[in-house]
Design a protein around this ligand. Structure first.
Ligand code: GDP
Ligand code: MG
Length: 408
């Protein structure tokens, strides 16, 4: 793993209030490649703060006392063009990352077939099991092992047991088809895609979650998606714990030709969000996505910081943030439920992204999240490439875990 992705613990961060800066070493460590030609002046101007775009800080709404916008010269991105496109790829996507998944169901199937879920059910049904209580026990074990959790597993198995006793199924395959339908039904209520309200200018998406779950990567993927859909876009580098985190977002921004508002390392994250929203308003940007530093749901001070970011955004636009998008690592297991509970209490989560469902993720936690919270699952990450962020699709997801071919 590149040192670039290694995170310094928040408590190691020097005190807030120092002028933001990027040393040559920090940038070099963020983008491990020879320097490429600098960004053209026009691009740098595009990344300028609100004050440069014609709106004086505070003209939209007075800055709250706790938020001291950095002096104009310090706001936004004095970052020397760290890299060109190919270098950016090298910095963002591991060299051994798989090519982008195929479109539609085949991509889901291909990426999820090694999941614990798919493997245990594959093993179970390739043995042509008999329709009996042992089969239900084995299904129960497989669901629990795949992180579906006790409440959802119990509900699913008891439904199947009842229907089996009333002789609804002719054989094990009929029961498998019923399980498939039950799993889809469990996810249907949370399959509510993110809709960008075009009247909100900008539509503000605040991303939250613990360290390393894929927040910044997801923002990069979303930037590409929204750009392709014709939205004008701005990113806010709210992970101010490390210079490398700011640079990581800037590389994604450059890659997609998107302005990144930053104040550098150790800046107040709420201040960055405030500046970015002012800039977005001044430019009539359609979508603003704010990154935040990863934090543990057990760190009360940092969780309070999220509430503060929310409040500060609300000073400029009472309806912002329009989406609080929590990114959850699909390999986390049942702990994901605790994470969501805490983040929801601190920041009012309105949508989820479950990442890393490719590879060996158990995947079952998606069902547990759906059952327990009913919060919409907007997207699923099924790989590291920009294209590998899918609108969450229960049928494609369940089809990948329990292919129809299984048992037929
Ligand atoms: N396989 C896989 N890796 C992912 C996915 N999303 C993010 N990652 C990887 O997870 C690691 C951490 O991502 P990052 O965005 O820096 O996490 P953050 O700390 O939450 O911002 C990086 O190596 C990403 O490439 C995904 O959907 N699948
Ligand atoms: Mg990050």
């Amino acid at each position: 793993m590149l040192s670039f992705f290694r995170r310094k613990k928040p408590q190691d961060a020097p005190a807030v209030g120092k002028p933001p800066q990027f040393s040559a070493e920090e940038l070099a460590s963020a983008i491990p490649a020879p320097a490429e030609p600098p960004v053209p002046a026009a691009d740098i101007a595009d990344a300028a703060p609100a004050s440069d775009a014609g709106a004086a800080p505070g003209s939209v709404a007075p800055a709250p006392a706790a938020v001291v916008p950095a002096p104009a010269a310090d706001i936004a991105v004095p970052v020397q063009a760290p890299a060109a496109m190919d270098t950016a790829d090298a910095a963002l996507i591991p060299a051994n990352a798989a090519p982008a998944a195929a479109a539609g169901k085949p991509g889901w199937r291909d990426r999820l077939r090694n999941s614990a879920f798919a493997r245990s059910f594959g093993g179970l049904f390739s043995r042509n099991p008999r329709l009996d209580d042992d089969l239900l026990d084995e299904i129960e074990t497989a669901l629990l092992t795949a992180d579906v959790g006790v409440p959802a597993t119990t509900a699913l198995v008891e439904d199947l047991r009842k229907r089996m006793k009333s002789r609804e199924f002719t054989d094990a395959n009929a029961l498998l088809a019923a399980l498939r339908a039950d799993l889809i039904a469990l996810l249907q209520p949370v399959a509510r895609p993110l809709v960008i309200d075009r009247d909100a200018r900008p539509f503000v998406i605040l991303t939250v979650g613990v360290n390393g779950v894929g927040k910044t990567t997801t923002i990069g993927k979303l930037a590409k998606r929204f750009k392709d859909e014709g939205h004008s876009l701005m990113l806010a580098a709210g992970d101010t714990f490390r210079a490398a985190a700011v640079a990581q977002l800037q590389v994604w921004g450059e890659r997609n030709g998107v302005a990144v508002i930053a104040q550098g390392q150790n800046a107040d994250a709420a201040s960055v969000a405030f500046d970015a929203l002012q800039a977005g308003k001044a430019r009539g940007t359609s979508v603003l996505i704010a990154d935040t530093a990863g934090r543990l749901h057990t760190q009360a001070g940092l969780m309070n910081e999220l509430s503060k970011i929310r409040r500060v955004l609300g000073k400029i636009d009472a309806t912002a943030p329009h989406e609080v998008l929590m990114v959850i690592d699909g390999t986390t297991g049942q702990n994901a439920l605790n994470q969501l509970r805490q983040f929801h209490a601190a920041a009012g989560v309105t949508g989820l992204v479950v990442t890393k469902l490719d590879g060996t993720a158990k995947g079952g936690v998606v069902f547990a999240l759906a059952r327990e919270f009913g919060i919409p699952i907007r997207f699923a990450g099924i790989g590291e490439r920009p294209e590998d962020l899918r609108v969450f699709d229960p049928e494609a997801f369940v089809d990948a875990l329990l292919p129809e071919a299984l048992g037929s």
